[in-house]
Design a protein around this ligand. Structure first.
Ligand code: GLU
Length: 410
């Protein structure tokens, strides 16, 4: 099943929902530049991609993922979502994504470095601060970015920290970046509660968080600190459930020691599939794509879902959940805190100025809440659309406006 096909269908639906012409929509139906390579490292060959989907609003922007299941269909879909995310976030970027197909959990540090550097060599011609700017994604981090930056700079012969974001602070990164996806998602969770669970106190709101990586872990910590009852969480090996709430601080410390969530000595072990079907107030999806599909959509009991991962609900499931009246906060809004802070980092690298951290924190909050408000008001105004469709309409309108100003085939 193609994830990208789902995306095209979601896009085409905007014709009837917002009167966008089919001709305009077709301008967004294929990527601008697909770059592929085979990275040869230690006698192995790893398929790798960088897909620049659109550059209408600015240079490409989006992460690089290391995962054994990475495919062109997936990278292209992730690049497409970045286009919409960056447009909705109102930042000056098109959208792009990259990936390398291998299992980073089986690789040691030397191999990870060699693969990262090989990636930079293969895609150097299409990357750059004004062309396409990568960042971390699933199973990549600030160390990966540092290796890619170092290799890129030695190839081009000059310093260019703005060619990548999510770097270590010493190489031009910003502290705020590490938990910014969750921070942004947390503001959105607060807005969602205010709007859709009015009057309910945090301690009475039961939450399940699928995924305990960068996004899920920090999100669980922030919600826990705010008094929400986190009854379940999981990582790729499985999860745990505790009716009266898990101690997330203790679980984070346990995970930081290299342990798996389901070995924690609290609650009962559950599978990732069981976690999704729990009867909770809010389900946070912070793992991978296609977690809720036609197979399990009608078993989902949570009334409110926040997509902190990219694409965790496929189109068939989306239709089932919409019909069941679920409130789904879409990925392109909920997880946009990461790329918004990437934009702060990039802007700082470009100007050479260091911006005050409190100022940036406030700016992130203002942007996230402002973008929520815009999405919600169109949702209310149109009354027959989902939050996702509202976010898609706003994003597509801005990209098409840019295309029209540019002229040419638009
Ligand atoms: N990988 C993140 C995302 O999916 C961040 C992208 C970025 O900072 O460029 O939004």
């Amino acid at each position: 099943m193609s994830i990208f096909q789902d995306n095209l269908e979601r896009l085409q639906a905007l014709a009837s929902l917002d009167g966008i012409s089919a001709e305009d929509l077709s301008l967004l139906s294929k990527p601008a530049l697909v770059s592929k390579a085979e990275l040869e490292v230690g006698g192995n060959k790893y398929p790798a991609w960088r897909i620049l989907y659109s550059r209408d609003l600015g240079p490409g922007k989006g992460g690089i993922r290391f995962h054994p299941e990475v495919s062109e269909d997936e990278v292209q879909s992730l690049a497409f979502w970045m286009v919409l995310k960056n447009s909705l976030a109102d930042i000056p970027y098109g959208g792009a994504k990259g990936g390398v197909k291998f299992d980073p959990k089986q690789a040691d540090k030397t191999e990870l470095e060699a693969i990262s550097r090989a990636y930079a060599r293969a895609f150097q011609p299409v990357l750059g601060q004004d062309k396409d700017v990568p960042a971390p994604d699933v199973y990549t981090n600030s160390q990966t970015m540092a290796w890619i930056l170092d290799e890129y700079e030695s190839l081009v012969g000059h310093h260019e920290p703005g060619m990548i974001t999510g770097k270590p602070v010493e190489l031009g990164g910003i502290k705020l970046r590490s938990d910014s996806t969750a921070q942004g998602g947390y503001f959105i969770a607060q807005e969602m509660v205010k709007e859709f669970l009015p009057g309910k106190e945090a301690k009475d709101i039961r939450v399940a968080v699928q995924g305990f990586g960068n996004a899920g872990l920090f999100m669980a910590e922030k919600l826990f600190a705010d008094g929400f009852k986190i009854v379940a969480t999981s990582d790729s090996r499985g999860g745990i459930f505790k009716e009266d709430g898990l101690d997330i601080s203790a679980l984070s410390a346990f995970k930081a020691e290299g342990n798996s969530v389901n070995d924690f000595n609290q609650g009962e072990a559950i599978s990732n599939g069981q976690l999704l079907e729990l009867d909770v107030d809010i389900l946070v999806l912070a793992a991978l794509e296609n977690q809720i599909t036609a197979v399990n959509a009608d078993k989902i009991k949570a009334k409110h879902i926040i997509e902190l991962a990219n694409g965790p609900i496929d189109l068939a499931a989306d239709k089932i959940l919409d019909a069941a009246g679920k409130i789904i906060v879409p990925d392109i809004l909920a997880n946009s805190g990461g790329v918004i802070v990437s934009y702060f980092e990039w802007a700082q690298n470009r100007t050479g100025q260091i911006l005050d951290e409190d100022y940036l924190k406030n700016l992130l909050e203002k942007k996230m809440r402002g973008n929520w408000d815009r999405m919600l008001s169109l949702y209310r105004e149109k009354s027959n659309i989902s939050l996702r469709q509202s976010a898609y309409i706003l994003a597509v309108r801005r990209i098409l406006a840019a295309k029209h100003w540019r002229g040419g085939q638009a």
